[in-house]
Ligand binder design. Structure first.
Ligand code: GLY
Ligand code: MN
Ligand code: MN
Length: 464
């Protein structure tokens, strides 16, 4: 937990951004995996964590914008709870640690909301993403779950995003810790990767690193020699010499700040020259983003500049042809990189994705484009000091997509399909790092960047 004043200040800033009404910030409950007393790892709601800091199920925060009152609803442990789960400080004690003076049993929340609704007061809430929270809001507000999206508070969504997206020094220190763990996960994968090892063995080992040093992984690890499938969660293949293994994995600290790195390494420990050629293009696109990103630049422009590096690189290898600025303008390179350059990161690996990309990655000034590639970009808006963003260009050879583009005559004449066919079994390469936007431009997050050049990776894998 951060110091008490941090949470007091965050709530004060939130209230200052809202005009009137009541803000309801539900924490998460336990979520059963296969029966109620066998839940998934508990994960607190990130916005609740941001404003109230308490990592415990079944609490609800309430802020009265008009009076400034702050309240935490929740129940203390009964003797039965203590028998099974051990003693806990009372909610009142915990609330004091985050500067909240008032607490009430959860059962009293309904009356409070009922009274506010009867007076015609606005109840601000964010888009719920768990069934249990939807049902709770539905009951409290008398709105059927399907209709809840129509009542989400845009004012609250914008206010929360404006606060959460600018990371302070304490948050950056936590993200750096997450990067440190993430780096260990990737070097562990590099140590273990060799022909004959099953992907699952590596996935298990790197996830144990995440658990050993933090709260676990920040998302399901991708460990695959079929890196052309962007979010490949199948780990059953035996690694083959000559293939590339793509690892996209990150950790959460015990305070739930995240990291997210991708490295693509040769199973045999050495890249072929064909692999090196493609790898160096992706790495140049990653580096180009770090050259350009700075306050007031738009991230969609970074996406386009990284795409241009990819397109130019592919043209130099004969896979694309023509004027590459024109190719990028119509999204022809999206055959090879059908995803966006990055996303915000913080308490969520895709930070605040539950609140709505319209506010997190875009705004009134920047709308999502429909051009291939750019249309998949989660974060397009203007950069500001304090934002944390991933930089994750890639080149993939996706047989089904290549077939479709060729069959349908897509790519605007910029693709040499005959040449592309020579790469049909190449797989995919992604290189992902985490960036902080600073007053002077940006910097890489994490003191120990996992080996990233082909020389660094080969040297690391050679010495293990
Ligand atoms: N971890 C998935 C992603 O890179 O967005
Ligand atoms: Mn990733
Ligand atoms: Mn990412």
């Amino acid at each position: 937990m951060f110091k008490k004043e941090t949470y007091i200040e965050r709530r004060r800033s939130l209230l200052a951004k809202l005009s009137d009404g009541i803000v309801l910030l539900p924490g998460n409950g336990e979520s059963p995996a296969n029966y109620p007393s066998n839940p998934f790892r508990f994960r607190q709601d990130s916005t609740f964590l941001y404003f109230f800091g308490l990592n415990h199920p079944d609490y609800v925060g309430l802020l009265d914008v008009d009076s400034g009152e702050e309240m935490l609803y929740g129940d203390d442990y009964t003797i039965d709870d203590i028998i099974w789960m051990g003693p806990q400080p009372s909610l009142a004690e915990k609330a004091q640690r985050v500067g909240v003076a008032h607490t009430r049993p959860l059962a009293q929340l309904a009356k409070r909301i009922e009274a506010a609704v009867a007076k015609g007061r606005r109840i601000h809430f964010l888009p719920p993403y768990r069934g249990e929270t939807m049902l709770m809001l539905s009951r409290l507000l008398g709105i059927v779950p399907d209709r809840l999206p129509a009542y989400v508070s845009v004012e609250l969504a914008k206010a929360v995003v404006a606060l959460r997206e600018i990371k302070d020094a304490d948050e950056i220190a936590e993200i750096e810790k997450a990067c440190e763990i993430g780096s260990k996960m990737h070097t562990t994968a590099m140590r273990m990767c060799r022909p004959g090892v099953v992907e699952q063995e590596i996935a298990g080992a790197i996830e144990s690193v995440a658990l050993q040093y933090g709260a676990g992984v920040s998302f399901h690890s991708i460990v695959s020699q079929n890196g052309e499938t962007l979010h490949n969660h199948y780990h059953g293949n035996t690694l083959l010499g000559g293939k590339l293994m793509l690892v996209d994995a990150g950790a959460e600290t015990t305070m739930n700040y995240c990291s997210d790195f991708t490295r693509t390494i040769p199973v045999s420990g050495r890249f072929t020259s064909k692999q090196k050629d493609i790898y160096d293009i992706v790495l140049a696109a990653n580096a180009r983003t770090f050259e350009l990103a700075a306050p007031d630049e738009f991230y969609y422009r970074m996406h386009n500049e990284a795409s241009l590096v990819i397109a130019e690189g592919l043209r130099s290898l004969g896979l694309m042809r023509g004027d590459m600025r024109e190719a990028v303008a119509v999204g022809a390179q999206a055959l090879f990189m059908p995803h966006g350059l990055g996303h915000q990161m913080g308490l969520d690996v895709h930070d605040m994705e539950n609140i709505g990309e319209k506010y997190v990655g875009y705004d009134e000034e920047t709308l999502r484009s429909s051009t291939p590639g750019l249309s998949s970009l989660r974060m397009g808006k203007r950069l500001r000091e304090g934002l944390v963003i991933t930089v994750e260009p890639g080149i993939y050879f996706i047989p089904a997509l290549i077939d479709k583009w060729e069959r349908e005559g897509l790519g605007g004449g910029f693709i040499d399909f005959a040449k592309v066919r020579e790469y049909a079994d190449f797989g995919g390469i992604r290189i992902e790092d985490d960036m902080l936007v600073t007053s002077y431009g940006n910097r890489l997050l994490g003191n120990r960047r996992p080996p990233v050049t082909t020389a660094e990776i080969e040297a690391f894998m050679g010495e293990r």
